[in-house]
Design a binder for this molecule. Sequence first.
Ligand SMILES: Cc1cc2nc3c(=O)[nH]c(=O)nc-3n(C[C@H](O)[C@H](O)[C@H](O)COP(=O)(O)OP(=O)(O)OC[C@H]3O[C@@H](n4cnc5c(N)ncnc54)[C@H](O)[C@@H]3O)c2cc1C
Ligand SMILES: *[C@@H]1O[C@H](CO)[C@@H](O)[C@H](O)[C@H]1NC(C)=O
Ligand SMILES: *[C@@H]1O[C@H](CO)[C@@H](O)[C@H](O)[C@H]1NC(C)=O
Ligand SMILES: *[C@@H]1O[C@H](CO)[C@@H](O)[C@H](O)[C@H]1NC(C)=O
Length: 341
Amino acid sequence: MDTVRVAVVGAGVIGLSTALCISKLVPQSSITVISDKFTPNTTSDVAAGMLIPHTYADASIHKQKQWFRETFEHLLEIANSSEAGDAGVHLVSGWQIFQNLPTEEVPFWADVVLGFRKMTGAELKKFPRHAFGQAFTTLKCECPAYLPWLEKRVKERGGLILTRRIRDLWELHQSFDIVVNCSGLGSRELAGDTQILPVRGQVLKVQAPWVKHFIREGSGMTYIYPGISSVTLGGTRQKGDWNLSPDPEISRDILSRCCALESSLHAAYDIREQVGLRPSRPGVRLQKELLVQDGRKLPVVHHYGHGSGGVSVHWGTALEATKLVSEYVCALRTPASKAKL
Ligand SMILES: Cc1cc2nc3c(=O)[nH]c(=O)nc-3n(C[C@H](O)[C@H](O)[C@H](O)COP(=O)(O)OP(=O)(O)OC[C@H]3O[C@@H](n4cnc5c(N)ncnc54)[C@H](O)[C@@H]3O)c2cc1C
Ligand SMILES: *[C@@H]1O[C@H](CO)[C@@H](O)[C@H](O)[C@H]1NC(C)=O
Ligand SMILES: *[C@@H]1O[C@H](CO)[C@@H](O)[C@H](O)[C@H]1NC(C)=O
Ligand SMILES: *[C@@H]1O[C@H](CO)[C@@H](O)[C@H](O)[C@H]1NC(C)=O
């Protein structure tokens, strides 16, 4: 076999980064990205794209820190290059504030972000209802720019991009040797993984170009994230809610919560509402599965379920998914072990 034909299902931040990572690290492969939705219509496009990790219940902290560090270092390199603007990646500094002392004053990711420290009394004066805070510099990776940038790079390396809805994985059996499942919340609908559930997030994208510093409530419920062309105000975490239409009542509540932290936002203008459904699961599913049906075999790598923090760890988990793909590729290219596959 000359080239191994790999199909990546999904074109959110997980699918496209995995496709690029495989095309770079598995030279014997040819890549096709297949998805029903593309940027700007994916969940990833709604994400603010702040690199602040979510903690997954079922993966070790060591592993999560490694995913975050690999992603941070990868994006820091892009932010430190002339590609930064096209890729939508930039450094941003700010504060995470707490009404009560958090259980962990120093989170596991403190030495990955830059300049992590406790906020001073003078800084906390802005927030009379908060007792504690952390100041740090992190990265923001804006998917409405980052996804087209990834897509372009996948195509430059010879990858194909197809618009199609997959109803059954076996549809891909004829044309592909390996399937990588990066379908996010789609993996539930495709009947199989009932562990994955939507956690609805509604945000506002507003114009407030004077706001340059991020502010985040430690709970992750309220946040102000300044970006390249707008400021993202959030948010909500509504488990099991599939409604993609913005709720005006919630928008008013978000604006008032954010104004309570940053009064200057009373003057924000050009307010647009957005809703995304986070593909939530106790942990990211990163796993090989050899599907067998009527004597046919289809090697699959599952890579989905990044919940609230997919942008923060995407490159690290893409590297791990790529390792699983190359294990299959090795087996396929060794006749003896191919028989075993
Ligand atoms: C309001 C909000 C704010 C967020 N903020 C942040 C943040 O600041 N930082 C952070 O790290 N994370 C954030 N997130 C989380 C982040 O958005 C997700 O973790 C991430 O986008 C998941 O990426 P994904 O590629 O798995 O999913 P998606 O972007 O949903 O992509 C899934 C892809 O699979 C395709 N697909 C699905 N089913 C099928 C099928 N049957 N056939 C063909 N194609 C299919 C879809 O069309 C889509 O292209 C936020 C999320 C929300 C909603
Ligand atoms: C995104 O969705 C809109 C509205 O449904 C549609 O008109 C547009 O073609 C979609 N864009 C892409 C790139 O799929
Ligand atoms: C940033 O870019 C400069 C100039 O190219 C380089 O010398 C430096 O090592 C880079 N730093 C990081 C952290 O990548
Ligand atoms: C993704 O994985 C889920 C869960 O195993 C499965 O039901 C679904 O068919 C897969 N979908 C795709 C498109 O790979």
